[in-house]
Ligand binder design. Structure first.
Ligand code: UTP
Ligand code: MN
Length: 512
């Protein structure tokens, strides 16, 4: 029946999540060993039998697309065939050259089952893999747009992406946005690879790796470091620009000007207080806190405070945590919260009330609001003409929250500074300054706003480019328009997902 509806079948496959591990009927005795049995040549029945056997012995058995698999067991396949099978099954965690996961024949499995514990791995158990990373790379076909790539939070090319990001930052400090973007795109591609790059030849068929990036990668792979990157990192200008741009309210322009004027450190700035705007003064005052990573628990606590405020001001309105935390990150540089109400129009005036409530309760160290400047939704150009920009027109408040840790619990930088105070009840409490963005959206635009504010920046930028160049559609944080046919996409209750589906299949649907 399904075969008569190939399109539907395709969609269903695409949206299917990895199946959860089977219920644990037997206690797990070896939590660090996660088996995957290769069905190819083994057959479904024998696989099911061996799976049950392994579980009875206290082993974990999961599907090929699980990132936790450590041992892959195959019967009658070559190492290369197993790698190919794993890739086809959506396994992303293969690092063949790094031996992870380890590919084994059934002799290891049989010995482990009879011993009742994982057998020592010997060379005779291992499957030989002739395919090099280059071949793997050719099979992987990394897509050009970041929104079509799956990127894990913990990836396999940390050293390389760090140096490329330093170069991207340096280019940004010089005002060379195109160069910055080129480095940032190269880093983004490396983040999505299911293997660790060890030789420059492995980059051959990857998109977005320019000549300069390739040169730097080669230096790092061959010498352990790149002379150019080291030079940048130790340059006086890069170091001063880094210190200055980490101040809340300071961009590249201001930081550059200060550098031109001979300023180099925060102490230099402090001696020139007159040069600071109110925002920057506060930024400097809370410099250490604002550059301490915000923990997920901090983000949850702040979301809850804002939820309480919103409940007081407009019952029925919702607060959604977006940004990196919505992508599953454990830390971030700020907290991004979207506010809306299911009745269009009800959200007008909400932000003012919420800020006033938070301020009265002593939660705000600083805030600055901007009104909604989105007027002509009928004009498709307005919300989306600059395809790469993430600027939007929502009513918004940039704030610095005072996050309290009651009961003297010592968490984060707040614990060490004079912010430690004694409350009315005599219980000492500590606090920490945290950057919080509050964004208010009309309900009809909420799905687009949520998609746009979830990030990452590379993902968003490429989603816009993909819409424009591949779909002839203009996507912004407010709407999705067809550029040639006169229609826009209305979204009802399905936040984010609806937008992705409008753009169709190839988008990686982690926003759903
Ligand atoms: P952030 O800069 O907060 O990034 O913007 P992040 O991914 O959450 O990173 P950390 O974890 O805080 O360091 C969140 C998303 O909001 C979008 C950005 O494109 C980004 O993807 N954004 C930001 C907008 O759409 N409009 C803006 O005006 C600002
Ligand atoms: Mn954020």
């Amino acid at each position: 029946m399904m075969s008569q509806f190939p399109v539907k079948k395709k969609k269903k496959q695409r949206l299917r999540l990895p199946s959860p591990p089977a219920p644990l009927a037997h206690p797990v005795r070896f939590p660090k060993v996660v088996l995957c049995l290769v069905e190819k040549r083994m057959g479904a029945t024998r696989k099911a039998f061996l799976t049950t056997l392994a579980r009875q012995r206290g082993f974990l058995v999961e599907d090929a697309n699980s990132d936790r698999v450590t041992h892959v067991v195959s019967e009658g396949n070559s190492g290369d065939e197993v790698v190919e099978w794993l890739l086809k099954k959506g396994s992303r965690g293969i690092d063949v050259l790094g031996g992870c996961p380890v590919l084994l024949n059934t002799s290891w499995f049989t010995e482990s089952m009879s011993a009742g514990r994982p057998a020592e791995i010997e060379p005779r158990h291992r499957l030989q893999v002739a395919a090099h990373a280059e071949t793997l790379e050719a099979r992987c076909q990394v897509p050009v747009y970041a929104c079509q790539r799956r990127t894990l939070l913990a990836h396999r090319n940390q050293t390389l992406t760090e140096v490329l990001q330093t170069m991207a930052e340096e280019a940004h400090f010089c005002g060379s946005e195109a160069r910055s973007l080129a480095f940032s795109r190269a880093a983004s591609v490396l983040k999505s690879l299911p293997w660790t790059v060890r030789r420059v030849q492995e980059l051959r068929s990857l998109p977005c790796i320019g000549e300069h990036s390739r040169r730097i990668i080669q230096e790092v792979l061959e010498d352990g470091a790149s002379a150019e990157v080291e030079r940048v990192k130790h340059s006086e200008r890069y170091q001063a620009m880094k210190v200055f741009t980490k101040i809340f309210g300071v961009g590249v322009k201001t930081a550059s000007r200060w550098y031109q004027e001979g300023l180099r450190t925060l102490a230099d700035l402090q001696a020139h207080r007159a040069k600071l705007s109110k925002e920057q003064e506060v930024g400097l005052l809370h410099y250490d806190d604002l550059n301490t990573p915000v923990e997920r628990s901090d983000a949850e606590a702040i979301s809850q405070v804002v939820r309480d405020a919103v409940r007081q001001c407009l019952p029925g309105a919702s607060v959604t945590l977006a940004g990196g935390f919505r992508r599953g990150k454990q830390t971030g540089h700020d907290v991004d919260l979207l506010l809306t109400h299911p009745t269009e129009g009800q959200e007008v005036g909400l932000l003012k009330k919420v800020i006033s409530w938070l301020d009265k309760q002593g939660f705000l160290l600083y805030h600055s609001s901007r009104r909604n400047t989105f007027q002509a939704l009928e004009d498709p150009e307005l919300g989306s003409n600059s395809s790469a920009s993430t600027m939007d027109h929502f009513e918004r408040c940039l704030s610095i929250f005072c996050l309290h840790f009651p009961g003297g619990v010592q968490i984060g930088a707040g614990a060490q500074k004079p912010g430690g105070a004694v409350t009315g009840s005599g219980v000492s409490s500590f606090w920490k300054a945290v950057r919080v963005d509050l964004v208010v959206t009309p309900f009809s635009q909420f799905p687009f706003a949520l998609l746009g504010w979830t990030g990452s920046k590379n993902f968003e930028r490429d989603l816009r480019r993909y819409s424009k160049h591949e779909k002839k559609m203009a996507l912004s944080n407010h709407a999705l328009y067809h550029l040639e046919q006169a229609f826009s996409t209305a979204c009802e209750m399905s936040p984010a997902g609806t937008v992705v589906l409008c753009l169709q299949e190839n988008i990686f649907d982690r926003c759903l």
